[in-house]
Design a protein around this ligand. Structure first.
Ligand code: BDR
Ligand code: CA
Length: 311
């Protein structure tokens, strides 16, 4: 199985991504889950990550708390989308499993140094603060990483927290800038892809038919999560962002994209956190990311439902 570390700020859609990984033990080995401040503050994302582990019967998973604030800015959170706890919707028990001692950044560095070079994949579902700090603390570490697959950014689709910026990049643009300059092979799942993955009623209904406790909790999470987009935009469900990262590792053929140069805007007040994607290759700048643009939405939801049913 491919070894992964999931860096996350759960978040209902983060929870769906973690669940997808846990439902795919033949393909993916979760070495650890690292938490970051994002959708809600760190104490809650660390709580929520453990709740999801226990919900999936995976209390042995190592969960490490990471950065409680962006590298150079004040934290911006998204309770307006995810609710007060970040995982609003179902009635969830407080976690009983403990957080691991030590900082997420040290766990990531130690794991990358211990495992054979080029075997560990980083899956990032939140602001890139922890990973930015990994590169600051261990500038030589990029070649040890097999690949970094992230949910973040948006280009033709624009932004979701400002007109120009997607939330994960907006919260910590300095960290994102470090990551995109690091030389690590990047796969980027922007809003352009995730906005094609709406939690339509029929899809959620299929999930509900699984009938297990984790599937039921997930349905309740998604029903809470989608209300924001349904009310605000009148869309047919909410966009399921973060599971794209895990789905890509399981079935890359679901996605289509291009190698592009991506730069992060860190200065302009108006467009800070924008991912400037050279989709048409109008510059000579180095192609540092595989940027996805299209997804087979039905294939994606079939995969999700198939794997949720295994938990
Ligand atoms: C991203 O922001 C968070 O609210 C979601 O969990 C996702 O990672 C989408 O912009
Ligand atoms: Ca997230």
């Amino acid at each position: 199985a491919r070894k992964i570390i999931i860096d996350t700020d759960p978040g209902q859609d983060d929870a769906a991504a973690i669940m997808l990984a846990f439902g795919s033990p033949d393909e993916l080995e979760v070495l650890g889950i690292t938490t970051v401040a994002g959708n809600v503050p760190l104490s809650l994302t660390s709580r929520n990550a453990r709740i999801v582990c226990e919900l999936c019967g995976r209390a042995e998973t190592k969960v490490f708390a990471g950065a409680d604030a962006p590298i150079a800015r004040k934290l911006v959170t998204a309770e307006h989308v995810h609710g007060k706890t970040g995982l609003d919707g179902p009635d969830l028990d407080e976690p009983t499993m403990a957080l691991q001692p030590g900082h997420a950044v040290d766990f990531i560095i130690e794991t990358l140094r211990r495992e054979p070079e080029g075997t560990v994949t980083l899956c990032t579902l939140g602001p890139l603060t922890n990973i930015g700090m990994v590169f600051q603390k261990a500038p030589d570490i990029a070649p040890r990483i097999r690949e970094l697959v992230m949910m973040g950014g948006g280009f033709f689709e624009g932004g979701n927290i400002t007109p120009a910026a997607e939330f994960n990049i907006y919260v910590d643009p300095e960290a994102a800038d470090i990551v995109f300059r690091s030389g690590v092979p990047i796969v980027m799942m922007p809003l352009d892809v995730t906005h094609q993955l709406l939690t339509r009623k029929d899809r959620v209904q299929h999930m509900a038919e699984i009938g297990t406790a984790p599937a039921k909790a997930m349905v309740e999470m998604l029903e809470f999560f989608e209300r924001f987009d349904i009310e605000k935009y009148g869309s047919d469900g909410g966009p399921l962002h973060d599971p794209t990262v895990v789905a890509y590792l399981l079935k890359p053929e679901l996605f289509k994209g291009r190698e592009c140069n991506v730069e992060i805007e860190v200065q302009s007040e108006l467009t800070v956190g924008m991912t400037v994607v050279d989709w048409w290759h109008v510059t000579e700048r180095k192609r540092n990311a595989r940027v996805m643009r299209h997804v087979d939405a039905d294939g994606f939801f079939n995969l999700l439902i198939e794997r949720f049913a295994r938990i």
